[in-house]
Ligand binder design. Structure first.
Ligand code: BG6
Ligand code: MG
Length: 218
């Protein structure tokens, strides 16, 4: 039986938390006196919390002291956690569970590769923690996507060679990280934005067993 390492990003791939990140950043921007649009939020996908705040402050033309910076980092996360608190399995994106179940049935190793420091509690909330043999998140990496570190650690945890791994990602930086790691990259979302991916899907609803079988066996 062939085995591949299947590595999933979290935000925007398994759950639609990108909207909660956006709302929390928007609130902070508004408090600081400027607007933050959904379009600008695209830049934040796959990007660490610290880097997001740096970009946000640049957008608002704000020079922060270290103390302010630290305060705003905490404030954003506290707001974000209020949304997470209310999450349950209804917030798993369509057909994600079906794909995870199929891969489990086929005995394929599965890992999470996310920039989020909130990954584990979110997976627990939506009841998907048990699907993952390894969870590599914002607490375990030193270098952010597009650096391939997060996916290389996941591959090593799964005892799979990078070229035998498949990454599901909704962020440009994530697709780039997978490509640099020499893994198969699958873009979930807008194929115009994720045009560097090996394969593109709008979401998991069009990903059939035939395609997954091909990934396992090729
Ligand atoms: C990524 C999101 O998964 O995690 C980013 O796409 C987010 O938008 C990053 O900034 C860090 O998340 P957290 O939960 O540690 O603030
Ligand atoms: Mg993502």
């Amino acid at each position: 039986m062939n085995k591949k390492g299947f590595i999933f990003d979290l935000d925007g791939v398994i759950v639609d938390t990108a909207k909660y990140h956006y709302l929390a950043w928007k609130k902070l921007a508004n408090e600081l006196g400027f607007e933050f649009t959904e379009e600008q939020n695209e830049m934040f996908k796959g990007v660490s919390r610290k880097r997001c705040l740096e970009i946000l402050l640049d957008l608002g033309g704000i020079n922060a002291t270290q103390e302010q910076f630290d305060t705003w980092m905490v404030e954003k996360n506290v707001d974000y956690l209020q949304y997470i608190e209310k999450m349950d399995e209804s917030e798993i994106l369509p057909k994600v569970k079906k794909v995870l179940k199929y891969l489990k049935k086929k005995d394929q190793p599965i890992a999470l590769g996310s920039a989020s420091k909130n990954a584990k509690p979110i997976l627990k909330k939506v009841g998907l923690l048990s699907y993952f043999e390894s969870i590599v998140d914002g607490n375990s990496v030193t270098k952010a996507k597009p650096d391939p570190e997060v996916f290389l650690i996941a591959a090593s945890d799964l005892k799979m060679k990078p070229e035998d791994c498949i990454v599901f990602e909704d962020a440009v930086a994530g697709i780039q990280a997978a490509n640099i790691a020499n893994m198969i990259s699958i873009g979930i979302g807008d194929d115009k934005i994720l045009n560097e991916a090996d394969y593109n899907f709008k979401d998991f609803t069009n990903m059939d067993k035939k395609f997954l079988k091909r990934l396992i066996n090729n």
